[in-house]
Design a protein around this ligand. Structure first.
Ligand SMILES: Nc1ncnc2c1ncn2[C@@H]1O[C@H](COP(=O)(O)OP(=O)(O)OP(=O)(O)O)[C@@H](O)[C@H]1O
Length: 565
């Protein structure tokens, strides 16, 4: 219930849209009830007048019938337009809210959540929340209000019919949905989790389809998906049966209401307590009022799954960001020529659940205009230094500072603005080369993109493409070779005007000659930037001002390099 209340609180900015949609829906339901009742009365009264050979005023009921029909049609149309507008606005708001909540969690806070799972939460789970308003909140409110009006109107004609009507409405509108919610809650919740698991597995499978095929594991993976599909079909079948039963239940209650109204009205007509023409009116009014009750069992049935989606969304959104944003971030410090732009002092890091620390007691200074080479075996902790500098992870011990100010006092976004990085797994978006480059410098003219790509030794390749810089790179840069993608990532890092440049294996995937040419051009262009160059291979190390060697999470050797320019 607290999840439902929390959702409704999120919907608060759209209460006017929701109120409008509910008002129109109520008008439409009541217009239908009025239409049926007045039509019943009118036809009977006309027949009786005909039999008795007397005249009657048919203008007023005919006008009423027309009015009800118009309100019914216009109300239904308006309600559909407004309720869908309200729903789409709510969904847009929810998606933005969720994205804003999970953005500070990335990447460390999302490490445990598989990308397919985050995708499922962002798309299908949020989509399912539309049901909260459209299929739950709105129908429940309309049914409650419409039932009150109908019972009150019936009470004026015949209190016993009103009482029987109230009992049947309560049975179909409260007892039946409660039963359905009990029976359908668990399957509906299971279906939500299975749907999310399916998205996760499918995304994972599509990402690794080539690997699965190469290892002949695609059939096993497909079998797992088939098993999951069978499970989902079983739950869907259970829910469909339940839905059929509940629809039958509402139908039964509707017909019982009709028969109860007739059974009670006939003696009343005989005794003169009720006018003969009112019999048809009362009976049809009783029957039509069940239109509002119809959607309730389905609403109750899907509530379990919808709330499971809400819980999945809140569970991720409520995660504490791994790197806290200070309540009052310090202003960005000015860069002093004689102070380290980026400094590590006694820094240590152990990843959650890791058996051993990734970094121990790291001291490091990156001065303006200097280049520092960092060498070390695989797994020695080099990339973890970049993770800490970019504030993706907080250091466990020690202090990292930017121009003398502890980064813990700064907004992580401000810190990242000072750093340009080529990370080990640099991502290329499903867009053109130019768009990928402009991620780092949105306003950069083409000339600037070309300049950076010339340095990264990738301009000639791009220029040779039929679409040049507008060439689409495919999902994750799939249409490019590893080396081409790497060089585009290097060019992108160069385009960002940040005083600190972190290069994590920039030459990965390149042949020796291209790597050397790229690094030479790159180091010629770094100017007053402070550069950290992480590498396995002894390429362009003579361009470094200092060399550090890492082994098993520690810097074990440091020396000034005989740099040449
Ligand atoms: N997100 C993470 N969660 C848990 N452990 C991690 C994570 N990232 C890295 N590690 C572990 O931390 C250690 C250091 O990893 P890191 O990536 O910093 O090494 P590296 O020197 O950059 O290696 P390579 O040269 O192979 O890229 C490794 O043992 C690695 O398994």
């Amino acid at each position: 219930m607290s999840d439902l209340l929390r959702l409704l609180k999120l919907f608060r900015p759209y209460w006017l849209w929701m109120a409008g949609s509910i008002a129109l829906s109520l008008a439409s339901v009541l217009a239908n009830v009025g239409l049926m009742a007045v039509s019943g009365w009118f036809i009977t009264a006309m027949a009786l007048a005909g039999l008795a050979g007397v005249s009657m005023n048919y203008f007023t009921p005919a006008a009423l019938i027309r009015a009800f029909a118009i309100v019914r049609t216009v109300g239904r149309y308006g309600e559909r337009v407004i309720s869908h507008e309200a729903t789409f606005r709510l969904l847009a708001e929810l998606r933005t809210w969720f994205y804003r909540r999970i953005e500070p969690l990335a990447p460390a806070g999302l490490a445990k959540a598989h990308s397919g799972d985050v995708h499922a939460r962002l798309s299908s789970d949020i989509d399912r929340l539309e049901l909260v308003f459209l299929r739950f909140f709105a129908p429940v409110t309309v049914a409650a209000l419409a039932s009150l009006v109908v019972v009150a109107v019936l009470f004026a004609w015949h209190p016993q019919i009103a009482a029987s009507q109230a009992v049947l409405l309560a049975l179909a509108g409260i007892a039946l949905p409660v039963l359905v919610a009990k029976a359908g809650g668990a399957p509906s919740e299971r279906l939500t989790h299975q749907g999310a698991e399916m998205t996760t597995k499918l995304v994972d499978m599509l990402d690794g389809l080539g690997t699965l095929q190469a290892h002949g594991f695609d059939a096993a993976h497909a079998a797992r998906i088939e098993a999951l599909t069978c499970g989902m079909i079983a739950e869907e079948t259970r829910l469909s049966r339940l839905s059929g039963l509940s629809t039958a239940g509402v139908g039964l209650a509707t017909n019982m209401a009709l028969f109860a109204a007739i059974a009670l009205a006939v003696p009343a007509v005989r005794s003169g307590a009720l006018a003969p023409a009112d019999l048809a009116m009362v009976a049809l009014l009783a029957m039509a009022s069940f239109e509002a009750i119809g959607p309730l069992p389905l609403a109750a049935q899907s509530l379990g799954g919808t709330l499971a989606s809400a819980r999945r969304i809140f569970a991720l959104a409520d995660g504490a960001p791994p790197v806290a944003v200070p309540a009052r971030p310090a202003p960005l410090p000015l860069n002093a020529a004689d102070a380290a732009l980026l400094s590590f002092r006694g820094v240590g890091l152990t990843y959650p659940g890791a058996a051993r620390p990734a970094l121990c007691d790291i001291d490091l200074d990156l001065m303006p205009g200097t280049r520092t080479g960092l060498l070390g075996a695989s797994g020695s902790g080099k990339s973890s230094l970049v993770n800490l500098a970019l504030r993706f992870w907080p250091p466990e011990t020690g202090r990292i500072s930017l121009s003398g100010t502890d980064v813990a006092d700064l907004d992580p976004e401000d810190v990242r603005r000072q750093i340009s990085a080529v990370s080990q797994h640099a991502h290329l978006f499903t867009a053109s080369i130019a768009e990928n480059l402009r991620v780092a410098a949105p306003d950069a003219p083409l000339g600037k993109l070309e300049e950076a790509c010339r340095i990264a030794q990738v301009h000639d390749f791009i220029a040779a493409q039929p679409d040049g810089y507008d060439t689409l790179v495919g999902a994750n840069g799939l249409k490019l070779s590893g080396g081409e993608a790497r060089r585009i990532a290097v060019a992108r890092a160069l385009l960002k005007e940040a005083p600190i440049l972190l290069l994590d294996e920039p030459g990965e995937g390149l042949d020796r000659a291209t790597e050397t040419a790229m690094l030479e051009a790159l180091f010629d262009a770094t100017g007053e930037r402070a550069v950290l160059y992480i590498t396995h291979r002894p390429v362009a190390l003579e361009r470094m001002h200092a060399l550090l060697l890492m082994e098993r999470s520690r810097i074990v050797d440091r020396r000034a390099a005989p740099q040449m320019g």
